[in-house]
Design a protein around this ligand. Structure first.
Ligand code: NAD
Length: 304
């Protein structure tokens, strides 16, 4: 009997076709949390993106069944109780490399959007306005970018930013030996990064123990700093950021991820100095193809 793969949040069509050619039965269907655990019992693999949450309750319902593998098409596995799943004998895997360039490009797009009001200026034109004088921006060339979390996406953004004439510094809780020589980017301590950066972009995973961008850290930043977050919404204290935008301490913010998704924080996402997107960092044709290909590879190797 063919091995069964459930795809709950969509997947590249070519990759699903490849799985079918490889002999798997692939079903594309989203399940509400209450139905998901029971449904999982009939599949060998489930592929999720970020919409589906696989929590302990669903794992308890599915454990001991034919479910062997949960794949997160993407990077963060915080929507899966992955430690619990592994304890119950269900392997959890992700596709960590496939979307790095896509997310880094979105972070760069938000930096430029913040610097030049692209998001809000476009919006007002659609309202029939021509507010040419309102949108005198700033340049990113020659400015200092501080990257918090210098992993795959942080490094990809660092390369791009250097290419655009920025001075780039980075902070990471782990120091990769030789990283300065490899990237030409200097590691600094967090306080130095906060004090020196004109733009700060966060690329750490969801951090336990509170937001990285909180009121105390904002106070240590330069006046008029620009903050970009394409990592996880909980890494930014949204109330502290809104206060800082309103006071002018923070010049602008580019946000792809939100404390609650879909975000209900209208004061923040409709702020004139906020460039916002609805968690689309990995949503490019190329990244989704790479994610699909990586999933086909993971499944092939797992059942080889
Ligand atoms: P990665 O694991 O390659 O890099 C993360 C880096 O953060 C690591 O080097 C780690 O040491 C560092 N780090 C961990 N905790 C830290 C802390 N408290 N302070 C500073 N650094 C810390 O991950 P990545 O692929 O670069 O992904 C980075 C982030 O981007 C993750 O939060 C991921 O969930 C998010 N992401 C978002 C989207 C999107 O659609 N917006 C898509 C993919 C990934």
């Amino acid at each position: 009997m063919a091995l069964r793969v459930l795809v709950t949040d969509g997947m590249d069509a070519g990759a699903m076709e490849q799985l079918r050619k490889d002999g798997y039965e692939v079903i594309e269907q989203f399940y509400e949390p209450a139905e998901l655990g029971k449904a999982l019992r009939d599949f060998d693999v489930v592929v999720v993106r970020s919409k589906t949450k696989v929590r302990a309750a669903q794992i308890d319902e599915a454990k001991g069944s034919q479910l062997k593998l949960i794949i997160r098409g993407g990077v963060g596995i915080d929507n899966i109780d992955h430690k619990y799943a592994e304890e119950k004998g269900i392997k959890v895997m992700n596709t960590p490399r496939a979307s790095s360039d896509a997310v880094a490009e979105l972070a760069m797009a938000h930096m430029l959007s913040c610097a030049r009001f692209i998001s809000v200026a476009g919006h007002t034109m659609r309202e029939g306005k021509w507010e040419k004088k309102a949108y005198k921006g700033i340049e990113i060339h020659g400015k200092t970018l501080g990257i918090i979390g210098f992993g795959r996406i942080g490094q990809a953004l660092g390369r791009m930013a250097k290419g655009m004439g920025m001075n780039v510094i980075a902070f990471d809780i782990f120091h990769i030996p030789g990283i300065e020589e490899q990237t030409g980017i200097n590691y600094v301590e967090m306080d130095e990064l906060l004090a020196k950066s004109d733009f700060i972009s966060v690329h750490a995973p969801a951090v336990d123990g509170g937001a990285i961008i909180n009121a105390a850290n904002i106070a240590k930043m330069k006046d008029g700093v620009v903050i970009i977050n394409t990592s996880r919404g909980t890494n930014v204290d949204e109330a502290a950021l809104l206060d800082a935008l309103n006071s002018g301490k923070v010049y602008a913010a580019g946000l792809d991820v939100w404390a609650e998704e879909p975000s209900k924080n209208e004061a923040l996402y409709s702020h004139p100095h906020v460039s916002c997107t609805p968690h689309i960092g990995a949503s490019t044709t190329e990244a989704q193809k790479r994610i699909g290909a990586e999933i086909v590879d993971i499944i092939g190797k797992f059942f080889a």
